[in-house]
Ligand binder design. Structure first.
Ligand SMILES: CC(C)(COP(=O)(O)OP(=O)(O)OC[C@H]1O[C@@H](n2cnc3c(N)ncnc32)[C@H](O)[C@@H]1OP(=O)(O)O)[C@@H](O)C(=O)NCCC(=O)NCCS
Length: 183
């Protein structure tokens, strides 16, 4: 007998311009308006996501999930901030979230990024290789539960050397983090 976890009719592809309204709806459903108050959101405000690292899961023409990555700086180092990662509530537990992350991580590695940070649940993100950062090395510009600050090195020693305040890598324009045009 087949279970939902065994059926994989969805595919992962790069995010395109037409996906924007569906991603916005997904993030609204997944995180609610409270997301705007989060410190991670402050780091995305006014900054465009890295266009080539946006991925979506599509099944029968319907968007099931999305992941985006934002550029940030820690001290002098350019690294990525993963998120939002969201999967349609009715489609969870099918491996879509992990596949989205793996697609993004592979593309980030290929593009030469050295490390990815995120704020999230370690038991879940450990499945994609993330681990807790040593406390006190990377400071956020607002309240963040330090046990949820996770990192993944894409190059040798990339996390060990990170030290300092995490901040926006640049300012692009006044845009909303989950409705930012990619480009
Ligand atoms: C978190 C989320 C992206 C996972 O997507 P998904 O497609 O269901 O994930 P996967 O199918 O790849 O993995 C599911 C597995 O991870 C586990 N899991 C999911 N969220 C978890 C969490 N927060 N902590 C620990 N385990 C978690 C599930 O129990 C399931 O376990 P199983 O394989 O043993 O049954 C999805 O639940 C979601 O969109 N949540 C709302 C938004 C959110 O919280 N995003 C993450 C913060 S950036």
């Amino acid at each position: 007998m087949s279970s939902p976890a065994e059926i994989r009719d969805w595919e992962i592809r790069q995010e395109g311009a037409g996906d924007e309204p569906f991603i916005a709806a997904l993030n609204e459903a997944g995180f609610g308006p409270g997301r705007y108050a989060k410190t991670a959101y402050r780091l995305r405000e006014g900054v465009r996501a890295v266009a080539e690292l946006g991925f979506v899961a599509i099944e029968n023409g319907t968007l099931r999930g999305s992941v985006r990555f934002w550029p940030v700086k820690v001290g002098h180092d350019d690294v990525l901030l993963l998120g939002p990662l969201a999967v349609d509530g009715a489609q969870r537990g099918r491996g879509i979230g992990i596949s989205l992350m793996q697609a993004g991580i592979a593309a980030a590695r290929e593009k030469g990024w050295r490390a990815i940070l995120l704020v999230g649940d370690e038991p879940y993100y450990a499945r994609a290789g993330f681990a807790k950062l040593p406390p006190g090395r990377v400071q956020f510009p607002g309240p963040v539960d330090s046990s949820r600050l996770l990192g993944l090195a894409l190059a040798d020693g990339a996390l060990e050397n990170l030290n300092g305040l995490i901040r926006r890598a640049r300012i692009d324009e006044a845009v909303c983090a989950d409705s930012a045009p990619l480009g």
